[in-house]
Structures are given as C-alpha cells and as structure tokens.
Design a protein around this ligand. Structure first.
Ligand code: AMP
Ligand code: MN
Ligand code: MN
Length: 364
C-alpha cells in the first residue's frame, strides 16, 4: 500500500483516504440545518499557528456571510495571540475559552489532529449537538462526529475553502486573507513538498480578491523585535550537530529556556520561527528545537528534509504532526528530551517503495 507521494506506509501516521462525498454532504447539512438562532463554536488547536487561526477565522467569516449570527471562535489556553496575527480579519469572532458556548448546536474543530489538542475545550465534543472536524493531519485520530480530514491537503484551509465553496459562500478579501495566511504558513511560503499545482491555484483564487502578498508575508514571517533577533543569535550559537544520529543522516538541535526569553524580554511565540533557522543545516536531515514551557516541560518542534518520518517519533512520544513537521510535549531536561528523540530516529527512516534504504544512509 502506498500513500499519494508513493511512499510505503509503514507507521502510525498511515490513514485512509480523504473525505467521501457522504462526509462532505453531512458537513454541508450540519451547517444548512442549523436552527435560525443556532449557536456555532469554532475551536482551533492550542498554541495556534497560521493554519489553525487562518482556517478557523476564514471559515467563521464565511459562516457570517451565510447569516450565522450566534458564532464564536476560540482556542484553549491564554486568550493571547502572537503579534503577527494581530491584523487578521475576523478577530472579533474570538472569545476567551471561559466564555465559549458550553453546549453549542454545532462545534467545528480546525487543524487539530486529536482531541487533546483542544485542551479543556474537548468537552464540547460531547456537549455540542454535532461535532465537525476539519483537518489535514495523517495522524488524525478521527475524534468528533463528521470528519473532513484530508491528509493530502497542504493545510486545513484547503478543506475550509472547499467546504465554503460547497456551501455556496463566495470568497471575499477578508475570508481570502485568513485562508492565505493559513496556506502560506503550512507550505512554508510555498516552498514545501506539499506545494502542488492545486495549492498555487488556490493561492491564485485568494490573491484575486485583492490581497497584497508582500505585505501579508512581511507581517507573518519577516517581522520580529530586535530582542528576538538577539535571542535567536544566542540560541543558534548553542546549536549542536550530531552527524551520526538518524542512521548517519544527521540531527541538529538547540533549546531555549524561559530565562532566555526573560533576559531578552520576549514572548514565547517568537520562538516558533526558530526551527526555520535550524533546519537549514546542510549536514542534518532532522532538526529539532526544544522550547521550555514550564520547569521541566518543553514544546518540541521537529522537521525532516525527507528521509525521516518525524511524525512517527512525535506520535511515539505522545504528540503528532506530519511526516516532515511534527511535535510533542517533552518532560525532563532538554538533554533528556533530545535523548528520547535520538533513540527513536533510527526506526523512523522512510523506505520508499522499490528502494532498499534512503539515500545517504551508510548502513543499518
Ligand atoms: P510546530 O513544530 O509546533 O510548528 O508543529 C509541527 C506540527 O506538529 C504541526 O502540524 C502540529 O500540529 C504538530 N504538533 C506540534 N506539537 C504537537 C503536540 N504537542 N501534539 C500533537 N501535535 C503537535
Ligand atoms: Mn497547526
Ligand atoms: Mn495545518
């Protein structure tokens, strides 16, 4: 059995195909059959990124255009957004989780691979009349009632756009900006493997509403306080290269502590961009950034250039993600967290169909 990229499906990230026509019809019906005063709660994953927020707010603006009035968007944790997202359209839909409808008629989840990514808001899966899930993680656990989970989609916003289209909602500039932020975040600004012709066609539809991609990209990707620039310098300066890790494909990693953030007077979200500076290391297929959340607890980001399925490592350690971008919550010291990753990397090599072992591997 092969996945759409032609690789042998070998591990826990394997799932079936995307939504069936019956799934799409059920999702459309869930929205269309809402009572006139129906309450809709949109939830995206904890520590939201551009795809989580962008697909949620873009879809929310679409629902508003359909005439849904009792509509909230939320995410678990402190009701605080990273600065790059402060200009997103639809922010007025956001409420802190404590104010979210306790028993909405319809709950819609965005970009969350498992219920645990919804934090305490996961209880709405039981209290809501209907639970609809829009996602693109191969590791999706099929929580909720109606599943629009498309593992070949570059972003959850691809699924959101299709559902809006099936609901007859035309794109406007506000919806399009949200979906564009989502799409460009998850494709690494249209650089990753998932950047198919269909992705560019969707980007073209979004840009045609009058968006300014240069301005949006600067705001989302190329804009950080000077303190964060200096913090990056320090954290990159302590990066370690382990050429023998991952069966000789190489691991590069670094860590950042709460003390680092304090000294440079920075908020934790600035560290999200750090992995992009680490993963460009030529000598390593796998890159990892370990970010302290509390004493002894770390948010771990992993990336692979293509020879290692990092989602297998993440899932084994209680997290999730995609083959080439995954994460989990690590406990202990940063060294211990990386030690656990190192142990699992050899078993996460991707063996392509008809190929004995990945290029660059010297032996098992
Ligand atoms: P990040 O490194 O935070 O950009 O995350 C990369 C990918 O891994 C995303 O698709 C996330 O949804 C997923 N991911 C990150 N952290 C976790 C976690 N603690 N649990 C499950 N999935 C995660
Ligand atoms: Mn996400
Ligand atoms: Mn995503």
């Amino acid at each position: 059995m092969t996945d759409p990229a032609g690789a042998v499906l070998t591990g826990p990230s394997s799932v079936g195909s995307g939504p069936t026509e019956a799934d799409w019809a059920a999702a459309v019906a869930a929205v269309r059959q809402l009572p006139a005063d129906g309450r809709v709660l949109l939830i995206c994953h904890v520590n939201p990124d551009g795809d989580a927020l962008g697909s949620m707010l873009g879809f929310g603006l679409g629902l508003r255009r359909l005439g849904v009035r009792r509509l909230q968007a939320t995410f678990p944790g402190p009701p605080e957004l990273p600065e790059p997202f402060h200009g997103l359209p639809g922010l007025d839909l956001l409420v802190p989780e404590a104010q979210a409808y306790p028993d909405p008629d319809l709950v819609i989840c965005f970009d969350a691979a498992s219920a645990s990514r919804l934090g305490a808001l996961a209880d709405r899966l039981a209290t809501a009349g209907t639970a609809l899930v829009l996602d693109h993680h191969a590791s999706n656990t099929r929580f909720g009632g109606i599943h629009l989970v498309e593992p070949t989609a570059a972003a959850t916003s691809v699924v959101a756009e299709e559902l809006l289209d099936r609901l007859g909602v035309p794109l406007d500039a506000g919806i399009a900006e949200c979906l564009y932020v989502a799409l460009s975040t998850d494709t690494g600004s249209f650089r990753f493997e998932a950047t198919t012709p269909a992705v560019h066609q969707m980007a073209a539809r979004l840009l045609a509403t009058g968006l300014r991609p240069g301005e949006i990209s600067r705001r989302i990707f190329d804009h950080r306080p000077f303190g964060a620039v200096r913090l990056f310098g320090e954290v990159l300066g302590r990066a370690r290269l382990e050429p023998a890790a991952a069966a000789g494909l190489g691991l590069v990693w670094t860590y950042a502590t709460l003390d680092d953030l304090d000294r440079h007077e920075q908020r934790p979200y600035v560290l999200e961009a750090l992995i992009d500076s680490v993963r460009c290391t030529a000598e390593a297929d796998v890159a990892c950034v370990v970010k302290q959340v509390t004493a002894g607890q770390w948010a771990v980001s992993m990336r692979s250039k293509g020879a290692v399925d990092v989602s297998r490592v993440a899932v084994a350690l209680g997290g999730g993600g995609h083959r080439f971008a995954a994460g989990f919550t690590g406990l202990g010291s940063a060294e211990e967290v990386v030690g656990r990753i190192r142990e699992l990397l050899d078993d996460a090599l991707i063996v392509e169909a008809g190929q004995e072992r990945p290029r660059g591997v010297s032996g098992f």
